[in-house]
Write a protein of this length. Structure first.
Length: 316
């Protein structure tokens, strides 16, 4: 057992913060003699001089500064522990588990997590980045509290979150762009398509157009984007993920006669809305607010209306 109590460190910190025993006593509602006794006992137990007089006030010795600096960490940790216990007693979850499809805008996810952390700094987050059926499978297995997916989950009611626009793209120097004409699906068949593997373990699925004779399957959206920028194939990717690459001319939309743009509605699904705790509901609210703040993509903000209408058939 520790020879020194947390209360002793707290009283020492009060004396230092308030510049003396009298002011500290008034601030924390203790008598000056109680504080004086606590600090002297602390010095005797540790065998170190912690405070020294300076006129009518006191200041820390060099050893006292080092010890109090470390003691403040103990004080802060103890306060945080009490906050966590109070939250749990009030029904607050210790952890929120969230499965998010990789196509979900990363800026919105980061904003939601940041907003959540300000209100619930002690609640842990388990974030699972999934693809296609991966999140839904975790929902069925009761491994997550919330799921963001572009797929429906049988037996669950989702709420609309955001509609993402996917654009067929390739590197500007890709042979498909060299054709310098409107393309159709027969043109795509002759070239390599990049797709992202379903993260579900039991019921994986393929999605989108998959008739290319050559196909590379990768495990993460970021890998697909990197390969696209290296000219290794073509793919449909979310506009939010490729906006910068399009603006910098590292990628270029394929001028398809049809199918060059697809829309995928994303939904937020609770494992059990009625049994979900306050932190889970707060995370859901943060996700909605983050989408509204970070995703002005349903108003053709990246492209003008004319550009959006002509994107599939235009060749620069």
């Amino acid at each position: 057992m520790s020879r020194v109590t947390l209360a002793q460190w707290q009283m020492l910190a009060a004396v230092v913060d308030h510049g003396g025993f009298a002011r500290a006593a008034e601030a924390i509602h203790k008598s000056p003699s109680t504080l004086n006794h606590a600090v002297h006992k602390l010095e005797a137990q540790l065998g170190v001089s912690i405070l020294e007089p300076v006129g009518r006030q006191v200041r820390l010795t060099d050893a006292g500064e080092m010890l109090l600096r470390r003691a403040r960490q103990l004080i802060e940790n103890a306060a945080a522990l009490e906050e966590v216990a109070e939250g749990m007693a009030a029904g607050l979850e210790a952890e929120v588990s969230l499965a998010v499809d990789q196509i979900f805008p990363p800026d919105a996810l980061a904003e939601a997590l940041q907003q959540f952390s300000r209100s619930y700094p002690h609640v842990r987050i388990q974030l699972h980045e999934t693809v296609l059926n991966g999140g839904v499978e975790m929902l069925y297995d009761k491994r997550v509290d919330l799921v963001i997916s572009g797929l429906a989950a049988q037996g669950f009611l989702g709420e609309p979150l955001v509609t993402l626009r996917f654009i067929a793209v390739a590197h500007p120097a890709h042979p498909l762009h060299a054709l310098a004409r409107t393309l159709d699906l027969r043109d795509l068949i002759q070239h390599r398509q990049l797709v992202v593997r379903d993260s579900a373990l039991r019921q994986s699925m393929d999605a989108g157009w998959l008739k290319a004779e050559q196909r590379w399957t990768v495990g993460h959206l970021a890998t697909s984007l990197d390969m696209l920028e290296r000219g290794l194939g073509f793919a449909w990717l979310p506009e939010t993920r490729i906006r910068e690459a399009l603006a910098a001319r590292r990628l270029k939309p394929l001028p398809l006669a049809a199918g060059g743009i697809r829309e995928v509605p994303m939904q937020l699904i609770f494992q059990d809305r009625d049994r979900a705790g306050p932190a889970t509901h707060a995370m859901a609210q943060a996700l909605h607010e983050a989408v509204n703040a970070c995703c002005p993509i349903n108003d053709d903000s990246f492209y003008s209306k004319e550009q959006a209408e002509n994107l599939q058939s235009s060749v620069e």
